[in-house]
Ligand binder design. Structure first.
Ligand code: SF4
Length: 357
């Protein structure tokens, strides 16, 4: 697993963002490496000296948030990675049964520092925004997105949101040209309101989500639908496919996501997990329904050998590099580079349940 938090010391009085300059320095907000060993590196920048307990080569080009009081830094945007996400809040107004990042009541929201990080991003980067529920801080979130995209039109955002906090008056704002670079990743778990509400642990969530879709549609927003595959969602997946092609056919993608064995799902694994090797038929049917009506359906976080051959084209090697893991038998698999593999925290038994292709 690639470490995202590192021990670091700095004399600065407050948290700050800097880019650990690689071969070339691109702005005055960057820090230059002035010494490095196999164990640590020393950097000089606008906030003084920064010592990182990691060698230069491993962090060069990263954009980091340094927390001097805590003696650590967070690697916010890693150079060359396709999987860069900013956690903007751990607060959430839902309590999903399989939540991988259970919410906290409070969170130190630092939009100004996150904006600074985005402005230093590598050219053309797509930056993920996650939570918690980012739109609980809707005004600050939209302000940050707009400020960054006006200054850096080469960047794009992918925002994970329950879409329940958009209002009719947001429609005009969301039509701004900057939002052509924003995709809203929105979970929808069932065509049945009660089932969706039970999955997300919130009464009325489905109704508010449908309103949210209406506002986003009026704005011409780009939408990726997301459905985590659990026992409850797989049982209704064909009905959900019918709803998607009927009412939400304009979405850019419908992503069917394998369950993560972390957070709330860890203790409910046996109740929630669906072994796709035994139970792919309804999912295959749903993919067919979507595909036949022109909706792109994709499978995320699912090993290729757990998917029947006719549907493997839909499986994406999606698990982020810092939390990706393979079984021992995978070393002989010719499809490994195209396979998502498993999450680092998946049960070891699953990692053994592979069939090299
Ligand atoms: S054997 Fe391993 S690498 Fe190959 S498809 Fe299965 S999980 Fe992926």
């Amino acid at each position: 697993m690639i470490p995202l938090a590192l021990a670091a010391t700095s004399d600065a009085q407050a948290p700050f963002v800097t880019r650990l300059a690689g071969a070339e320095r691109r702005s005055l907000e960057e820090s230059l490496c002035i010494a490095s060993t196999s164990e640590d590196s020393l950097w000089s920048g606008p906030h003084g000296l920064l010592r990182i307990e990691h060698p230069r080569e491993a962090v060069s080009g990263d954009i980091v948030l340094v927390r001097p009081a805590e003696g650590r830094l967070d690697r916010l945007l890693r150079s060359g990675s396709r999987h860069n996400s900013l956690l903007v809040t751990e607060q959430c107004d839902q309590l999903c049964v399989m939540c991988s990042q259970p919410p906290k009541k409070t969170h130190d929201v630092r939009f100004d520092l996150l904006r600074d990080a985005c402005l230093l991003a590598d050219a053309g980067m797509t930056i993920g925004i996650t939570g918690g529920e980012p739109t609980l801080h809707r005004e600050r979130l939209l302000g940050m997105i707009e400020e960054v995209l006006v200054a850096r039109p080469d960047l794009s955002f992918h925002v994970l949101t329950n879409a329940q906090h958009f209002r009719r008056e947001d429609v005009f704002r969301l039509k701004r040209p900057e939002y052509a670079k924003v995709v809203w990743g929105i979970p929808l778990y069932s065509a049945d309101a009660l089932t969706h509400d039970l999955v997300v642990g919130k009464v009325g969530a489905y109704e508010r989500l449908i309103d949210g879709f209406a506002h986003l549609m009026l704005a011409g927003a780009r939408i990726e639908l997301r459905t985590v595959l659990t026992r409850a969602t797989v049982d209704g997946i064909v009905d959900l496919a019918d709803m998607v092609v009927r009412d939400l056919a304009h979405v850019e993608q419908w992503s069917l996501m394998g369950l993560e064995n972390i957070g709330f799902a860890r203790n409910r694994w046996s109740e929630l997990h669906v072994d796709l090797r035994d139970d792919f038929a309804p999912i295959g049917h749903a993919i067919d329904v979507a595909t036949l009506r022109g909706v792109r359906a994709r499978l995320f976080n699912v090993p290729l050998c757990h998917v029947p051959e006719p549907f493997r084209h839909a499986a994406v090697a999606s698990i982020s590099d810092w939390k990706q893991r393979f079984g021992e038998a995978c070393s002989t698999c010719r499809a490994k580079s195209a396979c998502s593999g498993f999450f680092e925290w998946h049960p070891p038994l699953l990692l053994e349940a592979v069939t090299p292709l």
